[in-house]
Write a protein that binds this ligand. Structure first.
Ligand code: SAM
Length: 258
């Protein structure tokens, strides 16, 4: 394996710095048994993100952070493995494992190049992990490699319109103005910090998934219900009820990889 690309090192340093402020969020999610998704915490019962039957599934969480998604999977009988690039985020995850008495393997590494054999998993999942911090042209083929035929890929990302309307300023709030082009979207850098994100158009994502051996099963556009609250500043509830601020892709690896 060569040196990781620059975005991997930049995001590692960014997340090592941010980890302390994320620990409390992670703990709150570990403490809740019923999964809730995204910035608005919409319940699993309303979205149907996870497979109906998790018992016995081998699962990998790509960019696991504090690893609460893996904890939810483990409590439902799956065998999760979490991989993350940030030592500090993994230290929080390990502390939460001890606190909640639930252990599963945590790997330090780059989710674009996972040091595990082909066809090791039935489920690959990412909530704001590899799904936005890794280059999709690297991590999606890597997820395909890690999945068995018939395995499922589930990932949550920012909605496309949210990315086009997000101001490049600290804690900027989306308005109803498009601030950047849709065509050609891929790598996002901000003037406010060193992090690098990746977001594709729906057409490019569809073609990438299909080329990597996936059939798309669903694209859930999250619409938070009335009365929803969030601790994130980026979109108001009014905005998020008019346009999807988050979306969840579900795809199945039905074909052999090219
Ligand atoms: C917002 S957290 C999402 C994880 C989890 N849902 C949470 O909130 O704790 C983003 C995580 O992606 C990880 N990450 C960023 N780039 C990565 C890479 N190349 N490989 C693995 N993990 C990465 C970061 O270290 C961070 O812990």
């Amino acid at each position: 394996m060569g040196d990781p690309p620059d975005h991997v090192m930049r995001n590692r340093s960014y997340w090592n710095e941010r980890a302390p402020e994320y620990a409390a969020r992670g703990r709150a999610k570990w403490a809740g048994d019923a999964p809730t998704w995204g910035k608005w915490g919409v319940p699993e019962s309303q979205l149907g993100v996870l497979p109906g039957e998790l018992a016995g599934l081998d699962a990998i969480e790509l960019g696991c952070g504090t690893a609460y998604v893996s904890a939810w999977l483990a409590r439902r009988g799956a065998r999760p493995v979490g991989i993350d690039g940030s030592e500090a985020q993994l230290a929080t995850a390990a502390a939460l494992q001890r606190e909640f008495g639930l252990e599963f393997p945590l790997l330090h590494g780059n989710a674009e190049e996972v040091p595990l054999p082909d066809a090791s998993f039935d489920l690959a999942i990412s909530e704001y992990g590899a799904s936005i911090w890794c280059d999709p042209y690297l991590w999606i083929p890597e997820a395909a490699r890690l999945l068995r035929t018939g395995g499922q890929l589930v990932f949550l990302v920012n909605g496309i319109l949210a990315m086009l309307c997000a101001p490049d300023e600290e804690d900027g709030v989306a308005s109803d103005r498009l601030l950047r082009p849709y065509f050609g979207m891929h790598r996002f850098e901000w003037s406010t910090d060193e992090s690098v994100e990746f977001h594709l158009t729906h057409g490019d994502m569809t073609r990438l998934l299909r080329r990597s051996g996936f059939e798309i099963e669903d694209l859930i556009e999250i619409r938070p219900p009335d009365g929803s609250t969030t601790s994130y500043p980026y979109e108001t509830l009014e905005w998020s009820q008019r346009w999807p601020c988050e979306e969840i892709w579900k795809a199945r690896r039905t074909r052999e990889r090219p």
